[in-house]
Design a protein around this ligand. Structure first.
Ligand code: 6GU
Length: 262
């Protein structure tokens, strides 16, 4: 209620993310800064942080235990995780579909396509795994998706969760300065981004490519497309498997090839 004007303002948050973690202070700090703070202040995103430890019932607030059968390390116990997620989803509508994502190095590798899929939901629950992993029953009977951010191991799922939240948030219309900037990104159209320059036009003798200063938009577009293709071929040829080249692209590819042959 806006009391000064005596009118009601209906706020519609575009997406709500509930993060289940053992490090709530870290998460609150992250969500209160940078892109997250902007998305929050514009009422486009709602990030809610929940301490898994709050859902324990013993004196020591135990969240981990030894693995049956022995072996190194500790596992996250199932009860606090199930109870935390069930509590957070208790206000969910009966037909509302809410992905429950476990961050784990064993998950599906995060890609632009997967980020887009998550960004299409109104709500998301993210569980940050820790220790040597989580009890298998969490994977089997609670989570809907398991996500990894790459082939290396981190000490916990928090940083990967922030990566996922950032990637999702910047796709929500209005979070970035202009809607265009998310669309022209690397990966959005399947190619890496072209090189970019700002002032000064000459720095330490290094010049900005002349075409960019020419004001000729057609030539600028062509140059950028060519550089995108070139860069993707050099750095990420895997992205070009199955890529649908336009006629103009094929012409540019020929030019790139001829330049390479010289
Ligand atoms: Cl999601 N979690 C952990 N602990 N390590 C990772 C990861 C996730 N993705 C890559 N490494």
């Amino acid at each position: 209620m806006n009391h000064e004007k005596n009118e009601c303002v209906i706020i519609t948050i575009d997406m709500r993310i509930d993060l289940m973690t053992l490090f709530p202070d870290l998460a609150e700090n992250v969500f209160n800064d940078a892109l997250f703070a902007i998305a929050r202040s514009k009422d486009l995103m709602d990030y809610r942080v929940h301490n898994i430890r709050d859902y324990t019932h013993d004196k020591h607030r135990t969240v981990d235990d030894y693995p049956f059968g022995g072996g190194a390390g500790m596992l996250m116990k199932p009860e606090p995780i199930f109870e935390a997620v069930e509590d957070v989803l208790s206000d969910k509508g009966p037909d509302e579909e809410v992905p429950i994502v476990l961050m784990t190095p064993q998950g599906e590798k995060l890609t632009h396509k997967l980020v887009q899929e998550f960004a299409s939901y109104k709500r998301l629950v993210i569980i940050c795994g820790h220790y040597e992993g989580v009890d298998e029953r969490v994977r089997e009977h609670l989570v809907t998706h398991e996500v990894s951010i790459g082939d290396y191991v981190l000490s916990g799922g928090e940083l990967p969760a922030f990566v996922l939240c950032d990637a999702i948030s910047r796709l929500i219309p209005g979070v970035l300065g202009s809607d265009e900037s998310a669309q022209t990104d690397s990966y959005a159209d399947g190619l890496l981004e072209y090189p970019q320059y700002t002032r000064p036009p000459v720095y330490r003798g290094w010049e900005v490519p002349e075409v960019l200063l020419s004001g000729h938009h057609g030539n600028v577009d062509k140059w950028r497309r060519k550089e995108s293709l070139k860069r993707t071929m050099e750095r990420r040829p895997d992205l070009l498997e199955g890529f649908e080249y336009s006629k103009a692209d094929l012409k540019l590819l020929k030019e790139i090839q001829n330049e390479g042959d010289k």
